[in-house]
Design a protein around this ligand. Structure first.
Ligand SMILES: C[S@@+](CC[C@H](N)C(=O)[O-])C[C@H]1O[C@@H](n2cnc3c(N)ncnc32)[C@H](O)[C@@H]1O
Length: 206
């Protein structure tokens, strides 16, 4: 099964295969009593719900991966910027979404590219921070990257950006991740007007 998946990963059918898996993942999560790490379908619903409730028309995603969030959100936003470090994944996403002029795939490090995405923005955006801040591909996380990105977003001249950070449950202060409570404390101290909460395993900053 693992080798079949590895093989599929190299084909253009992999995104469709991943999309098919979203529903079984969701029902299995429900069956287990909705543990704190939600499946992708729930993450998609959260991204869309916060955007709808706050009237946000721009989505900025860090970590494109196979483009699942772009695919799910492509009809809900006027502009989507997605940043991917891995050049193979960035090229595949570029090709996949080439026909959607409002989807922009940016190749490079999220830490370097977030300020570039922020610079021309004139309206608040929803930021979906999901670029492997916990260990990714065997590399330990570096919490300074996340903190630098947050600082750029929350101190931007456009005031009402909303930030969702994926998968904060394993953020424990170990392996280079910040502890969730430390992270919350850090944000509230530096940006006192902000509200921070964990919603279904996702850290939300409004
Ligand atoms: C968990 S996946 C993203 C999933 C995607 N956001 C979604 O919702 O379907 C993490 C992605 O972040 C990328 N990544 C890791 N470090 C990065 C960095 N410094 N800048 C941009 N992307 C990065 C990885 O290559 C990987 O594709």
């Amino acid at each position: 099964m693992k080798s079949l998946r590895r093989l599929l990963r190299r084909t253009r059918f992999y995104p469709a295969y991943k999309r098919l898996g979203h529903y079984p993942d969701f029902f299995y999560w429900k069956l287990r009593g909705q543990p704190p790490r939600p499946p992708h379908l729930v993450k998609q619903q959260l991204v869309k719900r916060y955007a709808r409730e706050r009237g946000l028309r721009v989505l900025v995603e860090t970590g494109t991966y196979y483009g699942e969030m772009i695919d799910a959100a492509k009809n809900d936003f006027a502009e989507i910027f997605s940043i991917e470090f891995d050049s193979r994944l960035a090229a595949a996403a570029h090709q996949r979404f080439a026909r959607l002029p409002h989807v922009h795939i940016l190749e490079g490090s999220s830490e370097a590219l977030i300020p570039q995405v922020l610079a021309p923005l004139t309206q608040p955006a929803l930021f979906w921070l999901d670029a492997g801040y916990c260990a990714w591909n065997g590399n330990f996380a570096d919490s300074s990257r996340l903190l630098n990105e947050l600082s750029a977003i929350l101190s931007n001249r456009v005031r009402n950006h909303v930030v969702l950070i994926d998968d904060v449950v394993p953020f424990s202060g170990l392996d280079g991740t910040p502890d969730v409570r430390d992270l919350e404390h850090h944000i509230l101290q530096r940006f006192p007007g902000r509200e921070v909460r964990v919603d279904t395993g996702i850290l939300v900053i409004v």
